[in-house]
Design a protein around this ligand. Structure first.
Ligand code: CP
Ligand code: NVA
Length: 301
């Protein structure tokens, strides 16, 4: 039976812990040169731009011994009207798994329903679970644990924020989201997360209150891919939500700053913070590779 990774909740907390431990081993060089996926082919279907996700998957797939096939939807018959379900059925006959970056989350679900291979969410408008695997790995590197930590997500209640909420409920860390009114995370995800969480997950307005005594401060762009309409007005609403030295002074002295990247320097984060000693943003980017290799080992049979 194939297993997908469309959201963080597709893994149990035990599985997530094992995956993060395996990612740590892979990063340390354990089993390097072993090729568990030799002879396999994995697809990458990206409807939006990507630097980290696409390249880290391509490199990781190669390191595991398989071949990565990157597909631009406009160069497939999909771009000429072939249905997603027929595309999914066809690609299942060639590939051992597929990573999809798309707009509507339902595209991933529809592809999965019509395919016999594992489908991995490389980002949708609703979720970015692969990113959060790398983020959790980075937090553990810096803080030694997840459980009980205080994490603040400051900015837009977007796909990255939604997946962070799922991670908090799964792994038992506290999460304070600070966002302007009208930019809250997905209500259904929040409700499900808060009803099952063993930790505090709350949404508030004041970025200083969220940052107060935080172990980790996370931000992301104010305008996500595909949501560029009215971006000027939107950025005005977010001005108070910038991660800068003033905001960091409200948190713990050893706070770690995360950003999934790409960053809009000078908007959601200043150069000083991004390049400063609290920042772990390039460790996060590197950890995409290790976490996704562990994910592929788990899912691709
Ligand atoms: N963080 C992230 O997913 O980056 P890319 O858009 O470059 O893949
Ligand atoms: N929220 C951002 C994440 C980019 C990795 C976006 O969807 O554009």
């Amino acid at each position: 039976m194939k297993r997908d990774f469309l959201t963080l909740w597709d893994l149990s907390s035990d599985e997530t812990e094992s995956l993060l431990a395996r990612a740590k081993d892979l990063k340390a060089g354990k089993d390097s040169g072993k090729c568990p996926l030799i002879g396999r082919s994995l697809g990458l279907l990206f409807e939006k731009p990507s630097t980290r996700t696409r390249i880290s998957f391509e490199v990781g797939i190669y390191q595991l011994g398989a071949m990565a096939l990157t597909m631009n939807p406009s160069e497939l018959q999909l771009g000429r009207g072939e249905t997603l379900s027929d595309t999914a059925k066809t690609l299942s006959r060639y590939l051992s798994g597929i990573v999809i970056r798309t707009f509507a989350h339902s595209t991933l679900e529809q592809f999965s329903a019509n395919s016999s291979i594992p489908v991995i969410n490389g980002l949708s408008d609703l979720h970015h679970p692969c990113q959060i695997l790398a983020d959790m790995m980075t937090i553990i590197e810096r803080k030694g644990r997840l459980r009980g930590l205080k994490v603040a997500f400051i900015g837009d209640g977007n796909n990255v924020c939604n997946s962070m909420i799922e991670a908090a409920s799964l792994m038992g860390f506290n999460l304070r989201v600070a966002c302007p009114e009208g930019f809250e995370p997905d209500a259904a995800i929040l409700e499900k997360a808060t009803s099952s969480a063993r930790s505090e997950i709350i949404v508030l307005r004041d970025p200083k209150e969220a940052a107060g005594l935080a172990d980790v401060i996370y931000t992301d762009v104010w305008v996500s891919m595909g949501q560029e309409a009215h971006s000027r007005e939107k950025k005005e609403r977010f001005r108070e939500y910038q991660i800068n030295d003033r905001l960091l002074s409200c948190s713990k002295k050893d706070v770690t700053v995360l950003h999934c990247l790409p960053a809009h320097r000078g908007e959601e984060i200043t150069d000083e913070v991004m390049d400063g000693h609290h920042s772990a943003v390039f460790d996060q980017a590197e950890n995409r590779l290790h976490a996704q290799k562990a994910l592929l080992e788990m899912l691709i049979k």
